[in-house]
Ligand binder design. Structure first.
Ligand code: ADP
Ligand code: MG
Length: 457
């Protein structure tokens, strides 16, 4: 289960540059997270000053977006140089959203609902009431409402597909939050397909498949995000097929999202594809200009910001296909405005675009990273895909894996595969090793920067 702090870090990662994130946010530790006070720790006084001045306002803003609450932060310098354990990981400090377009009539005890919601993997910020409807998503939104009101009874499974950042996760989590708000005893589980696969791998390794099956078959509503990641993973497909059947037969609701129509997902077993096609399939398309403006205004009002119409129009006319990027642009402006003390203006927006367009991230592939890494370390590319464990090969291999995780959206399992069939735990181990090493080893850190530069990011 992801804590609010982890969610906040993930958001921050999207909103500030990787470089700043690594320097200022990654070393911040979470000490505690209870009710309205979050205690954080930093390694030194300088970091404390920097965090207080530059990053707390945006951290505050993100917490507010997630929890709807004004949270207080206390930051202190820690003695030890490592961040504290995130012991509050499964204890979110969020408040039940108090309004929803679809307001279920029986309100449960807030505390229990929160605890339940805490285990569900759902983020309470995703609601129907803050999901803007346009022609791009009205069908999906309507289907979601029907499913939320009658889980397991109508469209089963509900399959939502569409491009990145168009609202699939938002909509499917809104269904889950709605069901849970209506009946806190329901076992609603949201998880990414990657989490399902990892859970399966761990259960297989630990010989705990009976518990795995038991866990998934007890679910009332299963919300499985980004199913396309299951492509080519036969064992996961088989297990998901059985999970699907068990839930379906006991009229439990299944909600699935994907970036493609089932038939277009490569390497998906026919029997799963036909299950996915047996319910209702609906897509979400990129929003039209007016919808983009409406979404921006909605997001601005959530953070109590006034967005002048010309600014909303400027952003909406430049960012067309990804709502997450619209939000990123808004956060950037809120951030700049809160530091400069100036209201958001058209000039500010235009400056931002100049900056962003000069820093567009190139799409980088695993093979590009392998090539650039091997060139720098002067080794043959076949070696980093081999099983050889000599230091001269292992370090470049770990660096390349680390960069693949940092610079691409591939799953750990996919990255591992491209390194001669290593598994996801090898990738995690490599990334951790490099993260530790670059803290002390300036030479290695500069090699990594050099590779990134050579990739022309
Ligand atoms: P996807 O899962 O399709 O990649 P998300 O659901 O993560 O996209 O959406 C990306 C961001 O855009 C989220 O913060 C979400 O709240 C926001 N968003 C997407 N669609 C809408 C919408 N119709 N109304 C309001 N916010 C939206
Ligand atoms: Mg998503």
């Amino acid at each position: 289960m992801i804590s609010i702090w982890q969610q906040c870090k993930a958001e921050l990662k999207k909103r500030i540059s990787d470089h700043l994130y690594d320097i200022w946010i990654e070393p911040v530790g979470l000490i505690s997270d209870d009710n309205c006070l979050v205690r954080l720790s930093v390694p030194n006084e300088y970091h404390l000053d920097k965090l207080n001045k530059e990053y707390l306002p945006i951290i505050n803003l993100i917490y507010k977006e997630i929890t709807g609450e004004d949270i207080k932060f206390a930051v202190s310098v820690r003695q030890d140089s490592r961040p504290e354990e995130e012991h509050q990981a499964d204890c979110p400090v969020n408040n039940e959203p108090n309004e929803d377009l679809l307001t279920p009539d029986n309100e449960g005890s807030q505390k229990t609902a929160l605890r339940r919601r805490g285990n569900s993997g759902l983020n309470p910020k995703y609601r129907f009431s803050n999901f803007i409807v346009g022609s791009c998503n009205e069908f999906a939104r309507a289907a979601a409402e029907v499913v939320a009101k009658n889980p397991g009874e109508t469209y089963n499974p509900l399959f939502i597909y569409g491009g990145v950042g168009l609202g699939k996760t938002h909509l499917m989590q809104a269904i889950g939050n709605y069901i849970l708000k209506k009946d806190k005893t329901k076992n609603v589980i949201y998880l990414t397909t990657e989490a399902f696969i990892n859970d399966l791998i761990t259960s297989l390794q630990k010989n705990k498949m009976a518990a795995f099956r038991e866990r998934y078959r007890k679910i009332d509503t299963l919300i499985m995000d980004d199913i396309h990641f299951i492509a080519g993973k036969e064992r996961s497909q088989e297990e998901f097929f059985h999970t699907f059947n068990a839930l379906f037969e006991s009229t439990k609701q299944i909600i699935i999202s994907s970036d493609k129509f089932p038939r277009e997902i490569p390497k998906l077993e026919g029997r799963l594809r036909s299950r996915f096609e047996s319910g209702l399939i609906t897509d979400i398309k990129p929003p039209a200009f007016e919808t983009r403006v409406a979404i921006l205004n909605q997001k601005a009002s959530e953070v109590k910001t006034v967005l002048p119409p010309e600014v909303a129009e400027c952003i909406a006319s430049r960012i067309k296909t990804n709502i997450r990027e619209l939000e990123g642009a808004l956060s950037h402006l809120v951030f700049v405005s809160s530091f400069s003390g100036c209201d958001i203006s058209l000039k500010m927006a235009e400056d931002m675009f100049k900056e962003i367009y000069n820093n567009v991230k190139k799409n980088v592939e695993i093979s590009d990273i392998q090539k650039a890494t091997c060139e720098l370390f002067n080794i043959n590319i076949s070696l980093i895909k081999s099983k050889k464990r000599d230091r001269g090969i292992m370090i470049p291999r770990q660096v390349a894996m680390y960069l693949c995780k940092k610079l691409t959206n591939y799953s750990l399992a996919d990255i591992g595969k491209k390194f001669g069939g290593k598994d996801h735990s090898t990738v995690i181990h490599s990334c951790k090793k490099i993260e530790e090493k670059i803290k002390e080893d300036n030479e290695l850190a500069s090699y990594i920067k050099e590779i990134e530069k050579n990739l022309e990011l």
